[in-house]
Design a protein around this ligand. Structure first.
Ligand SMILES: Nc1ncnc2c1ncn2[C@@H]1O[C@H](COP(=O)(O)OP(=O)(O)OP(=O)(O)O)[C@@H](O)[C@H]1O
Length: 591
């Protein structure tokens, strides 16, 4: 069953917290210890303005007595030192847990992306996917750090400081309290309605920009061959301009936001200082009390600023996390049924029974009520003009897409009822343009059999006539092949893929123009090796060059998703009116 649900979900704080908590819930104890340590630091901090006020009073009240000021200074220094030690312990505990949790997030996102459908991968830029995962990882880190390491201690400290303000005068406390409430309200609503939309716009353009960037880098050889560097630069510049404009908007909005905050603080500060000075003038407060009020307010102002910045960071991290959370909701997966079992192959018989299939957004299905049976061990070829549905046949057989009607069976087992892993492990595919990992040649050949020994890898390479070219490479089997195998020629890549298929030793073999990049001498040699490989396996060959399939048992001629002709080479070519004959004669003339 393929389920597509790509509607982006809007992420608010609750959704994001729930998501983040699924990763953090295993670290409850670490969080409790962290909150406790931060609590102690906070309480210690609240004493600083009180002690500062007492210090001033000790200077003004007792002349010549140095013991009290020295005690207060010593206590202040000890508080700061102890807070510092606590902070170091907290950070080391926290960073340890954060790294573990973040690694889990990245690993799971990677795993999820790998299991999303072929269709989803086709419809998304690789660069954009990578960017979204990276951004989500930063957002994840930022979200939890902001919440626990910044907002929590700042709120605790602010409460403590408000308490000091109240102790020093009811009206001072009231102004501080309501001032901070107004400050939060304004900050939050500005942040939500003014900053966040611009963060989202930047992220959207940023994702697009990375998609275009990676597309251009991957297709660099194409750009070079058409000398279209300027065109690509222009295209990229357009998106960079959008990105710049959006970032400028964010910068401008941030500035306005900060200015609004500063203005509010200025008004609050003026009110509180005025009351404090008035109380001192009335003689109801000492100079030390005024200093305590001012220091508490200054400190509280710093904390408020921190909370407000943290709220913006929190909103930004919620935006950054959006795509990685959405990844969880995208059900673009072909799922194993709950009762799926391992495929058991005895003969390797393949049957398409009344299959109807069309790609998403295709007006007409390619296959309509399509049926065909390939006997176990048979060697068949699919031919037909481009776009007639040959590769789709293979994709359906591998269950990269689910059929809309009908069923596909292997040895009478519906492929929907067996595990995808066992299905795909039973089919070795040698594609026309094999994809290799940027790893060593040995690793690439051994990919089909992870526990293969060096001797087995070499034997497979020999069978695929790849050994000779491999040992001539600078590092032989250890040679790195470059991204997607770019350091090898097309023919060399094909031979590596054939060696991989030899090693995988699957009961079903699919060759998609697997020798098209080889010269005729290599092709003739490999053909012999392939003939050995075919023995005892059901083999499906997609071929454009009909000369390569003369020896197959059956040939299916495809046209618009239908098999319009069927037979072996001799019978098909003997019918002078057949489509196959026309294809064959055109190719014979050309050759
Ligand atoms: N992922 C896809 N999404 C939408 N349409 C697709 C997709 N893949 C293939 N098609 C369309 O389906 C039709 C059959 O494609 P298919 O690749 O099976 O043809 P083919 O016979 O293998 O062609 P060729 O010989 O050129 O490889 C084509 O019209 C193609 O454009």
């Amino acid at each position: 069953m393929i389920m597509e649900d790509n509607k982006p979900k809007t992420n608010n704080f609750i959704n994001t917290f729930k998501f983040v908590w699924t990763y953090w819930s295993g670290y409850r104890y670490a969080i409790v210890v962290l909150l406790f340590l931060l609590g102690i630091q906070t309480i210690l901090q609240v004493f600083i303005p009180i002690l500062t006020g007492k210090l001033v009073n000790s200077f003004t009240n007792s002349t010549g007595n140095w013991i009290i000021p020295a005690w207060i200074c010593g206590t202040l220094a000890s508080i700061k030192l102890f807070s510092y030690i606590l902070r170091i312990s907290t950070i080391s505990l926290w960073s340890n847990a954060t790294m573990k949790v973040t690694s889990k997030l990245v690993t799971e996102a990677f795993n999820r992306v790998q299991h999303l459908s072929t269709e989803w991968h086709i419809n998304n830029f690789a660069g954009s996917i990578i960017r979204n995962i990276n951004r989500g990882t930063w957002g994840f880190d930022k979200f939890i750090n902001t919440l626990f390491m910044s907002i929590y201690p700042s709120i605790l400290t602010s409460i403590g400081l408000l308490w000091i303000l109240f102790r020093n005068g009811f009206w001072i406390g009231i102004i501080g309290f309501f001032g901070f409430i107004i400050f939060f309200f304004v900050t939050n609503s500005l942040s939500k309605n003014y900053l966040v939309p611009s963060f989202e716009e930047v992220n959207q353009v940023d994702t697009q920009m990375n998609g275009i960037l990676s597309d251009a880098i991957v297709c660099n050889s194409l750009i070079k061959s058409f000398a279209t560097e300027d065109y690509e630069n222009q295209k990229f510049n357009q998106i960079v301009e959008q990105w710049r404009d959006k970032n400028k908007k964010v910068w401008w909005r941030m500035e306005t936001f900060l200015s609004a905050q500063s203005l509010l603080f200025l008004m609050l500060e003026t009110a509180i200082i005025s009351i404090a000075i008035w109380l001192w003038y009335q003689g109801s407060r000492t100079a030390g009390d005024v200093i305590t009020i001012l220091a508490s307010f200054q400190m509280a102002q710093g904390k408020m600023q921190e909370i407000s910045n943290s709220i913006s960071n929190l909103k930004k991290s919620i935006t950054d996390l959006q795509e990685i959370i959405n990844l969880e909701h995208i059900n673009a997966k072909i799922l194993d049924s709950e009762s799926a079992v391992t495929l058991e192959i005895k003969l390797g018989k393949i049957a398409f029974k009344g299959v109807t299939f069309g790609y998403t957004k295709q007006k007409e299905p390619i296959y309509k009520n399509f049926s065909v049976t390939i006997k176990g061990g048979q060697k068949v070829a699919l031919v037909g003009h481009s776009g007639s549905g040959k590769s789709t046949f293979i994709k359906l057989l591998q269950r990269l897409y689910d059929v809309q009607e009908g069923e596909i069976t292997i040895d009478d087992q519906n492929i929907r009822d067996i595990t995808q892993q066992s299905l795909r492990k039973a089919i070795a595919v040698v594609p026309q343009d094999p994809i290799l990992f940027h790893r060593s040649i040995a690793e690439n050949i051994g990919y089909g059999k992870p526990d293969a020994t060096s001797a087995e890898i070499e034997e497979a390479a020999r069978k695929a006539y790849a050994h000779d070219f491999i040992i001539n490479l600078p590092e032989g089997y250890d040679c790195q092949v470059g991204e997607r195998g770019v350091k090898l020629s097309g023919g060399e890549r094909q031979r590596i893929a054939i060696a991989r298929a030899f090693l995988a030793d699957c009961p079903i073999l699919v060759l998609d123009e697997a020798t098209s990049s080889l010269d005729s001498v290599s092709e003739a040699l490999i053909q012999k090796a392939l003939d050995n490989l075919f023995i005892g396996r059901t083999t499906v060959i997609i071929a454009h060059r009909l000369s390569t399939i003369k020896a197959v048992d059956r040939i299916f001629v495809f046209s618009q998703g239908n098999i319009v002709e069927e037979g072996n080479h001799e019978t098909l070519v003997s019918d002078l009116k057949s489509y196959y004959y026309s294809l064959y004669s055109v190719q014979s003339v050309v050759q």
